[in-house]
Design a protein around this ligand. Structure first.
Ligand code: PLP
Length: 387
């Protein structure tokens, strides 16, 4: 089972980002972890191998990534997957028919789709609640609740959940607490310190940071869950290839440099847009007008680069999206380049219309992922597009 290298646990975040899980290649001294493109490993005799038997079970490049992200999240074990959804699907194999799941109502559209359109048919039961209010999470828990799963901040409404409060509720309910930390990254928020049992990511986003691969990763400090996850990872096989693992690993080396830059641009653009469009129409946890600004300051070290803007109608949203020049209209987020998207027709199209409406994912909502380009260029771009 992949375990962090103990000496990595004590260094600072930037040092961990660059070095954790990686040691010079024993064969050549190569400082960068090689991309081990192999499906299998030669064995000296029966049961006599170097710890690697078949690459679905273990691959040294993937192992370096798993150790690296686990060390960044303050975890001891990491398990990488072929996508964020593949990761979540594998996590859900910890549960069985009849188990009840309390899930934040505003999660990535694909998370809702996996739960509502696939896993419900396997006998798992789901309650979707507004997890901004911990009491609603507590009220939704019943005798067969085995999991509380939340995303904070959420995609795309940038809503927060009080991690410590929900961590305590999960303990009382004897349920696992799993957190999607994709938006904040471990640089700004470490849910394991607030009582989460497992943290997972779409590594496609900020951890990779360069929009050049798809991946997911789950980390934990719990040895028993780690044993089970290792079994699931090998048995179900939703593993990433070595090249994608390497791209993610190269990305995490600069996480501590990229995140403050996303945060700087995010803060400045959110304030600028709020001045232009009114505070009610700009959702960003760093704005004092965000209803959960105090919680954001308490449990996050920064606010990141994700902003949502309410433009009233789909036509107006489309007009702005067409005009943007530095921001590109595309799904996804968290890369060095700025992206803009229309959640209702893109990332959250799989959420039924009435559900989207009740959540507040309107036809006029535009989501911005602020990259790390020069701020002046981003400001000019939104000025001309939102004119
Ligand atoms: C918050 C969040 N979690 C999970 C996912 C799913 O990740 P992937 O696209 O890598 O499968 C996404 C994708 O947009 C996301 O935004």
């Amino acid at each position: 089972m992949t375990r962090i290298l103990d000496e990595d646990a004590n260094s600072g975040f930037g040092t961990r980002a660059i070095h954790a899980g990686q040691r010079p290649d024993p064969l050549s001294g190569a400082i960068m972890t090689p991309i081990y493109t192999t499906s299998t490993y030669v064995q000296e005799g029966l049961g006599d191998n170097k710890g690697y038997e078949y690459a679905r079970g273990k691959n040294p490049t993937r192992e370096a990534l798993e150790r690296n992200v686990a060390a960044l999240e303050g975890a001891t074990h990491g398990f990488a997957f072929s996508s964020g959804m593949g990761c979540l699907d594998s996590l859900m194999k910890l549960f069985k028919a009849g188990d009840h799941v309390v899930c934040g109502e505003n999660v990535y559209g694909g998370t809702f789709r996996l739960f509502d359109r696939i896993l419900r048919h396997f006998g798992l039961e789901f309650a979707f609640v507004d997890s901004r209010d911990p009491q609603r999470v507590a009220d939704a828990c019943g005798p067969n609740t085995r999991l509380i799963l939340i995303e904070t901040p959420t995609n795309p409404l940038i809503r927060l959940t009080d991690l410590t409060a929900v961590g305590e509720i999960a303990k009382r309910a004897n349920a696992l607490f799993i957190v999607d930390n994709t938006f904040a990254t471990p640089f700004f928020q470490q849910p394991l310190q607030h009582g989460a049992d497992v943290v997972y990511h779409s590594t496609t986003k900020y951890l990779n940071g360069h929009s050049d691969m798809i991946g997911g990763i789950a980390v934990t400090t719990n040895d028993e869950i780690a044993e089970r996850l290792q079994f699931i990872q090998n048995a179900a096989g939703a593993v990433p290839g070595p090249f994608d693992s390497w791209l993610a690993l190269r990305g995490t080396k600069t996480l501590h440099l990229r995140m403050p830059a996303h945060d700087r641009n995010g803060r400045a653009l959110a304030a600028h847009l709020a001045g232009k469009l009114g505070h009610d129409n700009v959702i960003y946890p760093g704005l004092e007008s965000h209803p959960q600004h105090d919680l954001a300051k308490r449990q996050m070290k920064g606010f990141g680069g994700m902003i949502s803007v309410e433009l009233g109608t789909k036509e107006r949203a489309n007009e702005v999206l067409r005009r943007l020049r530095v921001f590109s209209l595309a799904e996804s987020l968290g890369g060095v380049e700025s992206l803009a998207s229309h959640p209702a027709s893109m990332t959250h199209a799989s959420v039924p219309v009435d559900r989207r409406a009740s959540l507040g994912i309107t036809e006029g909502l535009v989501r911005l992922s602020c990259g790390v380009e020069d701020l002046d260029d981003l400001l000019s771009d939104v000025d001309q597009a939102f004119a």
